[in-house]
Design a binder for this molecule. Structure first.
Ligand code: ZN
Length: 165
């Protein structure tokens, strides 16, 4: 993970591909949630639960603002749902959906927008570099939980079919 997703997302952002990094982070949040359930990686229909599991177990401890992002348990998604707006939007149609808006740290500084706050139009702002920092913090927290035996699976399980390079 450090050598694959974390490094790749960091390099993408350094080269100016912040937009693409949202797609990778959005789908990889689901992977972080995989470690908290007892199901095989390949199981169908685990996406929403895994995504929300990562938000509940990891991201909410990094920032309570993740409460704004719809932990959609047994209810329809709202307009600020990261699962629907970030993850499904980028995985299925290559753009954010509903009331989620993407920006970069540079642009957010200029426009006075803050990560996970609403903009004047009522859209929830995601700042690429801040989301990357939260993702890395979540991954590091997951590694600690895994080594303390607090997860269902070991953090190496998801990468058994990736050659070391
Ligand atoms: Zn939702």
């Amino acid at each position: 993970m450090d050598e694959t997703l974390v490094k790749g997302i960091t390099v993408l952002q350094a080269k100016g591909f912040q937009y693409l990094s949202f797609g990778l982070i959005g789908t990889s949040i689901e992977l972080l949630g995989f470690f908290f359930d007892g199901c095989p990686l390949e199981d169908d229909n685990q996406g929403r639960d895994r995504f929300n599991s990562a938000i509940d177990n990891l991201f909410l401890k990094i920032s309570p603002k993740y409460k704004r992002t719809c932990p959609c348990k047994r209810r329809p998604h709202d307009d600020f749902c990261l699962y629907a707006g970030l993850r499904c939007g980028m995985a299925h149609i290559g753009r954010p959906q509903n009331k989620i808006v993407f920006t970069t740290r540079e642009e957010a500084g200029r426009e006075k927008h803050t990560h996970l706050d609403k903009d004047p139009l009522g859209h929830l702002v995601l700042v690429a570099e801040d989301l990357r920092d939260d993702f890395v913090a979540a991954w590091n927290a997951l590694k600690r939980l895994s080594s303390d035996g607090m997860t269902q699976k070991s953090v190496t399980d998801a990468f058994l079919n990736v050659y070391t390079y």
